[in-house]
Design a protein around this ligand. Structure first.
Ligand code: HEM
Length: 421
């Protein structure tokens, strides 16, 4: 079936490539992301997490978890927490003339992803951040298991990573938060005093059967899902943005614009997401017979949503849809990132964290606008004079069929840390 050998063979494989057809499929309640029906003990490493839940349980989980992505929380993270952490970390991470941009992107992103997921990490300890990044790398391979070249190796790696994550990070964070939640229940503290993170909100609702949280294992995997979702994709997008910019004849001018204009940096990120979706092909399974865009889909069919091709559909993005143009004018109903955050019930809850709020067609925003963390990271490295490393070539990630994933991206910096950013 899905290529990982964990379920029944699909009755058919049906691919959609047009922007509107893919959107229709993403909203079809008969199409699920549940490919592997086994329990965790039988080998299903994604068992019970939000990404593979379907129907009422999925809606209940998202209703509770979405509360951690309110606009005022996004602004607090983007304005108050992130700039200081980023400036300090960049000073320490750019420790030589040549560094790996992918590792920098992951380390920057993991700090806030950890806070949002609900685990403590000390941003001043590079060792601890690197440890988390290593776990994120394992979880990311698990999230992309349908495209893994060696699914069994991925399963082994991910199980070990969950065990370490539970022991070292979730257990202490959970003990602390459970005490805070109990204080709220006793009336000794107010709910709005609780940390604004996923682990806390799940503990607050742990007795609600509609969330189907079950044993502690699901809680650990859910927290890992948010940690991973907030880190790997952002770092890949940062690298893809610079990979596109470096290859352009006007790279120098583009980097200057990125350095001086945050809204332009954001449009570069959103245009990058459109051309280089971190999930080039999303997959669904038909829970029952259904019809999408006039095509009959039998129960248990594998439905492939070719986001990469849909994102270049001239009907939605105009005749220059294949070109990189952060200044393109689009109808307000079409997101600049195309389908790269999915759509419908599974649409990415962290899209505004990574890529900010939609950019209005006028290209003018007010003080409430959120630019997204990747735009801020891109601008910060542009201000420090980021350039391709003349001696070392970037390496794509050979463990996945996803062409937009990098393993290493060596860069050089022309300006020293105190040059601003
Ligand atoms: C540039 C950054 C990001 C990209 C490109 C991205 C992409 C995506 C995509 C394509 C999906 C849906 C997959 C599908 O429907 O098959 C998704 C779901 C998800 N993302 Fe993101 N994401 C990003 C950032 C984030 C962040 C910052 C977080 C958390 C803080 C996050 C957490 C999640 C979660 C939990 C889901 C599963 C939602 C569900 O199944 O209901 N993502 N993401």
């Amino acid at each position: 079936m899905s290529g990982d050998g964990a379920g029944a063979r699909p009755t058919a494989t049906i691919t959609f490539e047009r922007y509107e057809d893919i959107r229709e499929a993403l909203f079809d309640p008969n199409l699920s992301r549940s490919f592997d029906r086994r329990s965790y003990d039988e080998g299903n490493i994604r068992e019970g997490i939000v990404s593979v839940q379907h129907g009422a349980a999925h809606r209940a989980r998202r209703r509770v978890e979405n509360t951690r992505f309110r606009a005022e929380v996004l602004r607090l993270y983007e304005r108050d927490l992130f700039p200081a952490v980023m400036a300090d970390l960049l000073d320490r991470l750019i420790d030589g003339d040549r560094v790996d941009l992918f590792a920098i992107g992951e380390t920057l992103s993991v700090v806030l992803a950890a806070r949002r997921a609900g685990i403590e990490c000390d941003p001043s300890s590079l060792d601890e951040l690197r440890r988390l990044v290593r776990l994120v790398d394992a979880f990311s391979q698990g999230a992309a298991i349908l495209d893994a070249r060696d699914p069994d190796a991925v399963r082994g790696l991910v199980r070990a990573a969950y065990a370490e994550f539970e022991r070292e990070f979730v257990r202490p964070a959970r003990e602390r938060r459970a005490a805070l939640v109990d204080a709220v229940r006793r009336g000794d503290a107010r709910e709005d005093e609780l940390p604004q993170d996923i682990l806390t909100v799940l503990l607050l609702h742990r007795d609600d059967p509609s969330l189907v949280l079950g044993d502690g294992g699901r809680l650990v995997r859910e927290v890992a899902t948010y940690l991973q979702g907030g880190t790997h994709t952002s770092a890949q997008t940062l690298v893809n943005a610079l990979d596109i910019v470096f290859a352009r004849p006007d790279a120098g001018r583009l980097l200057e614009r990125i350095a001086s204009d945050t809204l332009f940096a954001q449009r570069v990120v959103q245009e990058t997401l459109r051309l280089r979706p971190t999930t080039p092909k999303a997959k669904r399974r038909a829970e029952s017979d259904t019809t999408v865009a006039g095509v009959r889909i039998p129960k248990d069919a594998l439905v492939v949503l070719d986001l990469e091709t849909g994102n270049r559909d001239a009907r939605a993005f105009g005749p220059t849809a294949d070109a990189f143009d952060p200044d393109r004018i689009l109808d307000a109903s079409v997101p600049r990132w195309g389908l790269s955050f999915g759509g419908g019930p599974h649409q990415c809850p962290g899209r505004a964290v990574g890529a900010g709020f939609p950019v209005p067609p006028t290209f003018s925003v007010d003080d409430d606008h959120v630019y997204g963390l990747v735009a801020l990271e891109l601008q910060a490295v542009a201000r420090r004079g980021v350039r391709p490393d003349p001696e070392r070539a970037p390496e794509r990630d050979p463990r996945t069929a996803r062409f937009t994933r990098w393993l290493r991206y060596p860069v050089a910096f022309e300006r020293r840390p105190d040059a601003g950013g």
